[in-house]
Design a protein around this ligand. Structure first.
Ligand SMILES: *[C@@H]1O[C@H](CO)[C@@H](O)[C@H](O)[C@H]1NC(C)=O
Length: 516
């Protein structure tokens, strides 16, 4: 009560309010973006939906997946706007979600989203546990792009083939086994404290999958031909083997995994390739950043040889960072749109943006913890600059762009309304249980000149073209289709940016209030 009669305090609080509201209004609500991003994974769920499913326009689907082959493959995620369960992008999605939680667990928890984030990981890892039926057998895919894309149906109505495909010693897939091992190892860290039994189980699967992938070498798209036109592993499996080894080392601390990443660094291309894109296919940059984290953390007892090899990984990691920041030599930098968005290629460019943003954010944190800067060919860069650039990419995604559009669906008032997504574009099964057939969906819903009836909240669409242009048309799948691996890297980044805003807010308000 005394406070209300104190004019000084009132004056101070008015000033504080004005200052704070201008700070808040000039930035985005990253906490809201975080909450929405996690909803997206619920839209993409295959299988029997749980009682606490929050995306209500979805129902159960794919309940007989694996039945023909006598294996339970119910569950997992649809990767994008169709209903094939593709193992490689699904595993990469889970690795990136887990990495975000490993780095930003407290930030996610402080936003009240930790349980949702853990559920998003577990929906994937529960499926991988089922799909890994024998130490040397992993079910790689359910359904196929050819028959699936012939139909435009809700997942709940699906009539397309649900044939399942596997890798085994005769039909190897080191890339798929490696990525799934990485996902399981990263997820085992996520559950270490909250669910130690499950964490052990995941680590055990990770270990077996890695051994399988390493022992029986081969590209999964040669063994599982139906994957080739959709998720061909162009970079081969070398990156995934190193990636899996480093994740296993991080998760288990077992020396043999570090030794693998060091001894094979050269032969598997880990310290040879300087690549300026990072994606579900090409993950050398991720491998190099993971390796440099080990160096910067500096708590691992390493031999001189190990230290030297990790240094080589780090120098390639820094090449990635420098190119992303336009600080490499001419011709080696990542292109940008006129408004400043990283631009790698026309089809689903946002996946490269969110992946790079994630790597920049964690590298910035790592540098600031160890009080270091990096030397790029065009000058020295500190952690603040890296983070500021990552933030600029996130802000572009959330609406700071020439279209004035949020590419995170459901965020703000302007966002893509005709996302290339079967379930989102057809009336909800909950409200209309009448069967919608394969081509009927194309006739009645795909070509309909109206907004999607169900908002695919939290999805990051393919995004704008080289000139910041965007056409919100369902048939424009290069720009309007969303993928789980576009959103996954943003979960941790949103949480980090939200925390920074909170700290900024407190730094603004507290001195003013206490000076009263
Ligand atoms: C990138 O750097 C080059 C050389 O310093 C400069 O000319 C160019 O404008 C920069 N591009 C962007 C988008 O900042």
């Amino acid at each position: 009560m005394a406070i209300e009669t104190n004019p000084t305090w009132i004056l101070v609080s008015i000033i504080a309010f004005t200052v704070v509201s201008s700070v808040v209004s000039s930035s985005f609500d990253y906490g809201l973006a975080l909450s929405k991003s996690l909803l997206y994974f619920e839209s993409q769920r295959s299988g029997r939906l749980p009682y606490n499913q929050r995306v209500h326009w979805r129902g159960h689907s794919g309940l007989t997946d694996g039945l023909e082959q006598g294996v339970d493959l119910v569950g997992g995620y649809y990767d994008a706007g169709d209903h094939v369960k593709f193992g490689l992008p699904m595993a990469f999605t889970v690795t990136m979600l887990s990495w975000g939680i490993v780095e930003y667990r407290d930030e996610i928890a402080s936003a009240g989203e930790l349980d949702h984030a853990l559920e998003a990981v577990k929906w994937g890892t529960d499926y991988f546990v089922k799909a890994h039926t024998h130490p040397n057998v992993l079910w790689a895919e359910v359904g196929d792009g050819g028959t699936d894309h012939y139909c435009w149906q809700r997942p709940e109505d699906m009539t397309t083939s649900r044939q399942a495909y596997k890798i085994d010693p005769e039909n190897p897939g080191s890339d798929l086994a490696g990525e799934t091992a990485a996902a399981m190892a990263a997820a085992s860290m996520v559950f270490r404290e909250s669910n130690p039994h499950y964490s052990h189980l995941l680590l055990h699967h990770a270990q077996q999958l890695f051994e399988f992938g390493d022992k029986y070498r081969g590209r999964y798209d040669r063994s599982v031909g139906v994957a080739k036109s959709y998720y061909a592993s162009v970079s081969g499996y070398n990156d995934e083997l190193l990636w899996a080894a480093l994740w296993l080392y991080r998760a288990s601390g077992r020396e043999e995994h570090l030794r693998y990443a060091v001894d094979n660094a050269h032969s598997l291309g880990g310290i040879g390739w300087a690549i300026s894109e990072f994606s579900w296919d090409i993950k050398f940059a991720g491998v190099q950043i993971l390796a440099s984290q080990l160096l910067l953390q500096n708590k691992h007892h390493k031999t001189d040889h190990q230290h030297n090899i990790l240094k080589k990984y780090q120098s390639k990691a820094e090449h990635f960072i420098c190119s992303t920041l336009n600080k490499s030599k001419e011709g080696q930098n990542v292109h940008r749109t006129p408004a400043g968005l990283l631009f790698v290629r026309q089809w689903n460019n946002m996946q490269y943006v969110t992946g790079a943003t994630f790597l920049l954010t964690i590298y910035s944190d790592q540098l600031s913890k160890s009080k270091q800067r990096i030397q790029c060919p065009l000058g020295s860069v500190g952690p603040e600059e890296m983070l500021a650039f990552a933030k600029s990419q996130v802000d572009y995604i959330l609406g700071s762009n020439p279209q004035g559009l949020s590419y995170l669906v459901g965020y703000g008032s302007r966002y893509p309304k005709r996302v290339h997504h079967r379930g989102s574009s057809i009336v909800s099964y909950k409200g209309n249980k009448g069967f919608i057939g394969c081509t009927q969906g194309y006739d009645q819903w795909y070509g309909r000149q109206r907004d999607n009836p169900n908002v695919l909240v939290g999805a990051v669409v393919g995004g704008p073209d080289l000139h910041d242009g965007f056409r919100d048309v369902r048939g424009n799948f290069m720009q309007t289709e969303a993928c789980t691996y576009n959103t996954a890297p943003l979960v941790g980044v949103f949480a980090k940016l939200r925390m920074l805003e909170e700290v900024k807010y407190e730094e603004m308000v507290m001195p003013l209030v206490s000076s009263a």
